[in-house]
Each structure stands twice: as structure tokens, then as C-alpha cells.
Design a protein around this ligand. Sequence first.
Ligand code: C5P
Length: 405
Amino acid sequence: MKLSGKKVLIGVTGGIAAYKIPILVRELIKEGAQVQVILTPDAQAFVTPLTLATVSNNPVHTAFFNKTTGEWDSHIHLALWADIFLIAPATANTLAKMAHGLADNLLLAVYLSARCKCVVAPAMDLDMLKHPSTEKNIRTLEKQGVEIIPSETGFLASGLIGEGRMPEPETLCKYIIETLNPPSILSNQSWVVTAGPTFESIDPVRFIGNHSSGKMGIAIAEALATKGAQVILICGPSSVPHRHQGGIQRIDITSADEMLEAVESHFDKADGVIMAAAVADYKPKISHNEKLKKSGKNLILELTPNPDILSRMGEKKNDHQLVIGFALESSNGINHAKEKLKKKNLDAIILNSLEDDGAGFGGDTNRITIIDKEEEIITFPLKSKADVANDIISFIESVFYKKIS
Ligand code: C5P
């Protein structure tokens, strides 16, 4: 999902193309965005608040305050909430008011308060669009930093044919995705990500495993692929599917030995590796070919250490490669994580603590602390695993940008 965690505010004005906005909202939601909608009074004649509230899963904003209760709908909060403010369709009237700083409805007041990027999709009849006043207003808005999505040419609601159509919802959605995901230094890089548990065989039926779901590593692989990286996802037994079929090559493995083999065969060509897998530290010394029989007596299993895949990659890595590990700690996390960072020669370690509610295995949320090579510590609040993955990717981008600057 390319808009995971992104907040999109849509301002709808009173043009016929408003009937396409519910479809746009659905497209944005499918990409993981949070969406809120403002309707001008005239827009409500073309599309209802009920429709848009239903598809956006949020109340729709129509006025500065509720006339019955007097409850204030803060334009300031709405403006500051948004990562992007799209005004679509934008009528000639709204463009003119925006260009001149009028604020006689909620949409316009939000526009004047917005700090985020504002994008406008003018939609009107061809002669209105080409009128010198409209053209001048569009140029004024461009000078103020507003991005204009050009109107398309085609069949207009008036029956005329010409320029003035609002681009289709799919085009607007793509535009928002590209604006909120500018080209990344990670695009076209190769990354290896490990995820999930490993199962260490006792006999053909039984194994030693752990409760890792694979969700965190898979979210990281997806976030890297969203940035345009080619990802090798080496995943222990996990039922969690991954998106971005094109950008992610998934290699399903079972044991730590298999994971090591897969990581080693892809490491040399990689720009970096992130090891989010919960690799079993030990495996049975003997993996029996036949199912062990119940004897009624104590059974002693001799365990032998698994290879530490992360340490091996830390030893092997060259100057341009980044090796990043995870540390799941139950106490004194920062100190233990710092020790691992040094001992395994990592570029960074991501700590999650079993002491934190909502962090660690299985769930959909995590709370991480990133410690880098210089032992700089960045702490993050509890977030969805998708948002945590985005934070990790932003951190990695900043490391690469530092390297080249
Ligand atoms: O030392 P510890 O097991 O706590 O380190 C956790 C980190 O090391 C994780 O990134 C995990 O994926 C990795 N690891 C590994 N091979 C092991 C054990 C852990 O790559 N055998």
C-alpha cells in the first residue's frame, strides 16, 4: 500500500465532477491513506456528505460550526492534520477566492491555514477555463506554491468538447501517490530482509520454534519495495502474505541453516540487509529421520548453537553495505542492544522491548528504538507495524544521504 499512514484531505467544490470524488476516496483508502473530506455548500448539491462519510470512514466537514449544537469544526486542526490537501474539482469561483485570500467557507479557511502541499484540479467548461481571469488566478496560485493538476480535454458536461475535464480518480490517486512518495535514494537498490521464525527439526513431526509472525519483516520489505527497491524477502514459516509482488522476491525457508544459505547467496549483490527474523539460537544436535517414540521416561534433547547469520554478515560487509539487526529484549534493552551493535559490527540496531505493551511478536503494532553506529538513539512511539517500517526506511534513507553529502 503506497499511502500507508498518509493523511489526505480533499476539498470538494460545486462542480459536476464532484460525483467522481467518492471513487477517488475509495482508491486512496485502498492504498492505506486516511482520508477526510470538506464539502463547500454548493458541492453538497452534487455529492452528499453521507456518501463521502461512508467511503472515507470519517465525518465530512461542511461548515465552520454545527448550527444546532454550536460545536466548532476547527479549520486550523484540519489544515495541520493533512499531509496533502487536494482541491478537486476546483471551480473557477473557488480558484478566484483562493487566489485572493477569501475565506467565506470552511474549505477556503483550511486552504489559508494549510502548511502541507496543496494540489488543485481545476474542472469547468472550456471557456471559463480559458478566461483571462481564471488563467490569471491559476498563475497566481502556482506562484504561491500550489500545484495545478492540468485539466484534461474531452467531453464536457455542457455538451461541448474541449479542455476542462477533471482527471479520472485513478489519475488523481496516482498523482497523490507520486507527490507523497518522492524519488528515494533506495529506488533501484537491492535489499535482503529476513522475517518470521525458524523451525528447527526434532524429527519429521516436531520442531523447536517461536511465536514470531513475520509481520514486522514483511512490513519492512513492503516499505522498501514502495520506495522502488528490489527486495529479497527470506521468510521463515509465516502465513502472512506480502504485497508488491513485482518488487519482492520471497524465498520461504524453514530452518536457520536454510536462512543462512539464502542470505549468503544474495548478500554480495545487496546494498543492505535488515534482519527482522527471530532466528532460533539453538537447534537439536540430531534431527531424527523417524518420529521419536513416546517412552514414558524423561527425554533429553541435546541442542547445538545455530549460526548467527547477522554476525556473519556484519563480518563480511563492505563499506557501501548497511547491515541492520533487531534486538528483542526483556530488560535493560538499550545496553544489551548497544553491546550487540558493536559485537556484530552493525550499522544500526532496532530495539523492541518485551516490557512495552503492544510491542514485539504477533500483534499489529510495535514500539522501536533505533541505535546507530555512533550510538545515537532515536525513540519512536507505539505505531502500526506499517508505520514502524516507514520510520525504519526514513532512517535508512537519511544514512545514505549522509554518506553521499
Ligand atoms: O543476538 P540476538 O539473537 O538477540 O540478535 C537478534 C538479531 O540477530 C536479529 O536481527 C536476528 O534476526 C539476528 N539473528 C541471526 N541469527 C541468529 C540469531 C539472531 O541473524 N542465529
